[in-house]
Design a protein around this ligand. Structure first.
Ligand code: BJW
Length: 281
């Protein structure tokens, strides 16, 4: 068996597991690091580069208005990557914990910033998707924002339009420059965009409301694989800490939330979580 690349402080581990066993409602916030071991790039750091762009530069309504073909190429490539990816041990451990909680009459709410649906693929049921889904599309207004008229809808067709076939490779230097008319459109001829939440866009109020309710009632909070720099999710840890709720972090590195967490477990989520949560995956 390969040696573990992490080593827990045993006192911290036991103390965390006591909090876990005593908790009646656990809220878990996940970010891109949770899917990193499935081969899905994170946003920040070297992995977040696509061609010469930082992923966060393309996840904006302004980028979409400036160059919808480029943004569609980027999302088409990510749909390809995710469609070939499988959930990892972190996803399975969280799904197993949810199942155990249910059997014991406890509640677990998983709030994810990820748009890859890998938590669902691993069997998690109680999920709040803060930033939408890679598999959703919606119409865009003239500023590139999600149109208020309708909610995003799922379209798993891949490619969404023939013009995207074979596009989006991260290594090529030249963009496809797909003419607007050949990009995804709805049946009324409106240009479509990915049904995700970009910088500067408000989150779905229903989704935010569900998250707020869970945050107000939880008695244990875990933050896993997120840098905790993007709001509103970045504010969740401090919000529950203000009620005296214990916080735990699992991350390869430190994050903006590390300093306020009582329990800090550093390493890969897929390696740490099965032992930490005492589940078999
Ligand atoms: C591992 C690991 C392994 C690696 N195991 N760990 C308050 C103050 C200041 C600004 C704002 C504010 N409120 C709102 C804003 C503006 C903005 C914001 O937060 N800006 C900040 C950057 C400062 N927020 C918004 O615009 C949000 N809208 C909003 O709040 O509306 C109202 C409003 C608007 C404007 C002003 C004020 C109010 C919307 C945010 C939408 C974010 N969208 C994206 C793209 C989604 C679609 C897509 O995927 O393409 O969401 S950006 C991107 O960042 C994506 C992610 O979900 C999000 C968070 O990233 P995450 O998951 O944390 O990933 P990384 O890469 O940052 O971190 C990975 C972590 O994993 C690292 O820590 C690694 O160490 C770790 N890791 N491998 C464990 N194996």
């Amino acid at each position: 068996m390969a040696a573990s690349s992490y080593r827990f402080d045993q006192t911290m581990l036991r103390s965390f597991q006591t909090s876990l066993n005593n908790a009646k409602h656990i809220v878990i916030l996940t970010g891109a690091g949770t899917s990193a071991e499935s081969g899905i790039p994170t946003f920040r750091g070297a992995g977040g580069l696509w061609r010469k762009y930082q992923a966060t530069e393309l996840a904006t309504p302004e980028a979409f208005v400036r160059d919808p073909s480029l943004v569609w190429e980027f999302y088409h490539w990510r749909r390809e990557v995710v469609s070939r990816s499988k959930p990892n041990k972190a996803h399975f451990a969280l799904a197993a914990l949810e199942k155990r909680c249910k059997e014991e009459g406890k509640k677990l709410t998983l709030i994810t910033q990820n748009i890859d649906r890998l938590h669902q693929a691993a069997g998690s049921k109680s999920i709040i998707e803060l930033h939408g889904s890679l598999w959703d599309v919606c119409s865009a207004d003239r500023h590139g924002y999600r149109s208020d008229d309708q909610k995003p809808w799922e379209d798993r067709t891949q490619p969404l339009v023939p013009a995207l076939q074979g596009q989006g490779a991260p290594t090529v230097k030249h963009h496809a420059n797909i003419p607007l008319k050949n990009l995804p459109h709805d049946s009324q001829g409106h240009l479509l965009r990915p049904g995700v939440v970009w910088f500067g866009e408000g989150l779905d109020p229903d989704v935010l409301g569900e998250a707020a309710e869970a945050l107000q009632t939880c008695d244990l909070f875990m933050t896993i694989g997120t840098s905790s720099v993007v709001y509103p999710a970045a504010g969740f840890a401090a919000q529950v800490a203000a009620r005296g709720v214990p916080l735990a972090e699992v991350n390869l590195d430190t994050s903006e939330a590390t300093d306020i967490c009582q329990y800090v477990f550093q390493g890969k989520a897929g390696e740490i979580l099965p032992e930490l949560l005492d589940v078999t995956v």
